[in-house]
Design a protein around this ligand. Sequence first.
Ligand code: ADP
Length: 483
Amino acid sequence: MHIVFAASECAPWAKTGGLADVISALPKTLVKMGHKAQVFIPYYRQVAKAVPSPAVILKSITIPFPSYSRFARLLDGGVVDGVQMYFVDCPELFDRESYYATPSGDYPDNAERFGAFCRAVIESTKVLGVPDVFHVHDWQTAMLAVMLRSIYYFDPVFRKVPTILTIHNGGYQGWFPPRTMETLLLPWDMFTKDKLEHYDKVNFLKGGVVYADAITTVSQTYAQEIQTPEFGNGLEGTFRSRAGDLFGILNGADYTEWDPAIDPHIADHYTASKLEGKRECRRDLLHAFRFEDVHENTTVLGVVSRLATQKGIDFIVDILDRLMQEDVVLVMLGSGEEYYERLLTEAAERYPSKMRVQVKFDNVMAHKIEAGSDIFLMPSRYEPGGLNQIYSLKYGTVPVVRATGGLQDTIEELPDGQGNGFKFEGYDSNAFWDAVQRALETFRQKKTWTAMMKRGMAQDFSWEKPAQEYVRIYERTIQNRGN
Ligand code: ADP
């Protein structure tokens, strides 16, 4: 089967979160299974820095707009683990400081940027080979599904090609003013409540949900949750209307990148049967955060997170006064919304000897935190899939999580420390605090704790099983389109 991935991120070139990890791991697993996978991402400034002069595959792709056209080039990103990477180059859209937004807000032309990207992908496949299936991701590429069933409706080469939309985060939907219909040359009769319109805005994700042949989310619980008002972010009705084509597939972990036995970014290697190296990783992490003389019995709590409301950063801030009374140190790595960056920096100033925050995106430091911490905190308000808790398990860093989405599906708390982590229900920092206390108590029982670490490390979340589930959905949609 030939699958084209269109996405706004792919590790290591362009990454803000878990989406990038999935786009790097799933295609290569499909290739290992014998399929052909190609990945298209924009040629952002960050990508250009890493790959400064790639070969040009297509010199000029015409992307029409109402009163002008844009012209993109298709660049060769090379074949990585059997996956052909393509970069869509359109400097006026993608040669910018950030991917989606500056600290003061989203780029105002995001509809045009990602609309043009989708069109460039479609046009490229007409030259390079039309795939059996398009796999698109989040609002940024959801419009590819819409375009195939509108602008490209009469193009016979696409009629039988299904689109799968994976929702990595339903909280971001791509809301744009009505005139976007004209900007992207979409017919106005699609601007209705049952199609692209949502409270007088063009909603990209909604369009994708309506027009994709199948929709997936990155955990089973989240697939159920988004059909409810609490988690649907206004699209619960649209999700329910597609319930028959909506599937939850839990994300896998790429253990070639995230495994303490081989991780090149950490100070020492370790495994479940040979844990000694983790002590060196802990020392190295504390050094990187300029902590000195931290006693062996002190619990090291780690956080790696996008700084956004979704991640429950305020829960962490809420419990700080209580937490800092305990024998702990807290290391945090995060970047994102300025509000949370400030909140955390100020909090760290209040507890200089016990809490440190690094505000930046730093992949190496993310690995160091996974390896060097004892406990990983992830009190997300909602969590479609979540990869960090899965990585934490592999690194013997016991997660404390809120029972939602993928966290619910991967972390199990059992009496007497018999599970793989700690979990709280409810929307409440007291419940989080109780869970942290349970974790700290268990940490003091060395035997139980070590057994818990090892239980998590032995779990296997590799990509083979989820990739097989995606293939089943590809096959189903291909069949339904009458192939
Ligand atoms: P989300 O996709 O919602 O951000 P996930 O847990 O699914 O959350 O994935 C987060 C990914 O992004 C992980 O690979 C994590 O290591 C990485 N990450 C998040 N914030 C940072 C950061 N500040 N620096 C480095 N990596 C980060």
